[in-house]
Design a protein around this ligand. Structure first.
Ligand code: 1GP
Length: 249
């Protein structure tokens, strides 16, 4: 097992560099759509592809990851909604524990059941404290996970949750308003959480403009994740990537 991707993230953070991850939901892209997204992402110098979804109803994940690996060198990181969204063709796995929720299945239960299979995959495993923040509308992830998101004005709850995740030994905190959130996570909450943890902070959900992506980075996010907006308008990938990378030395 290697640790290349996590070390890349850590060394980026050490230099205060910001990174951009494009989220691919295997249900939503056609083969042609995937190929053109890859082409745009390569030109735009996207740092990572995240692949997965809260509810994936097709069996294209494996094939999509293989296609990405065949056509570019952008690392592919699995962002699974459930243990069946795992393929050893990817580079790494976000090993998510839903620490904002109180559903034992998503805190530890599913991890126990899938542990031998995950280990066998040979993937780089990145333990992640996953925090769902209220994005103004029930999202697929809040419904499927059967958990309440953290209210978006309760910075203290978000701070304490992230701190606990870090002290439990998790390697990343991922604050997510959920795919297609009406409201992205408020900058003030990102700033407060970033101030209280040392591990890298990933922020996603409802980010639709380069301005918002950049603002989140300036507030302390290390990696920005965009899914829906990039699916609707793949050209946005270039604009958001440029905005994020403009902050790097
Ligand atoms: C969802 O953070 C991701 O888990 C991305 O959200 O699809 O709203 O960009 P969007």
């Amino acid at each position: 097992m290697t640790h290349t991707i996590y070390h890349t993230i850590l060394s980026g953070k050490a230099k205060s560099n910001k990174a951009f991850a494009v989220l691919i939901d295997p249900d939503k892209l056609t083969d042609q759509g995937l190929l053109s997204t890859i082409e745009i992402a390569v030109k735009a110098k996207v740092d990572f592809f995240f692949v997965g979804g809260s509810l994936v109803v097709t069996d294209t994940l494996d094939k999509m990851v293989a296609t990405i690996k065949k056509h570019c060198t952008i690392p592919v990181v699995l962002f699974p909604g459930s243990p069946d969204q795992i393929t050893s063709k990817a580079d790494a796995l976000l090993y998510l524990s839903l620490i904002s929720g109180r559903n034992p299945e998503l805190l530890i239960g599913q991890h126990v059941i899938s542990a031998p299979f995950v280990k066998q995959s040979g993937l780089e495993i990145i333990p992640v404290g996953y925090m769902l923040i209220d994005g103004g509308t029930p999202t697929t992830v809040s419904y499927i996970s059967n958990t309440n998101p953290i209210p978006s004005n309760k910075n203290d709850i978000a701070i304490c949750t992230a701190m606990a995740g870090e002290m439990l030994g998790l390697k990343l905190i991922y604050m997510d308003a959920g795919s297609g959130a009406l409201k992205a996570i408020p900058t003030a909450m990102i700033k407060e959480v970033a101030k209280h943890i040392q591990i890298p902070l990933v922020v996603g959900g409802g980010i639709t403009t380069p301005e918002k992506a950049k603002e989140n980075c300036m507030a302390g996010a290390d990696i920005i994740v965009v899914g829906n907006a990039a699916e609707k308008d793949p050209e946005l990938i270039t604009a958001i990537s440029n905005a994020i990378h403009s902050l790097n030395k």
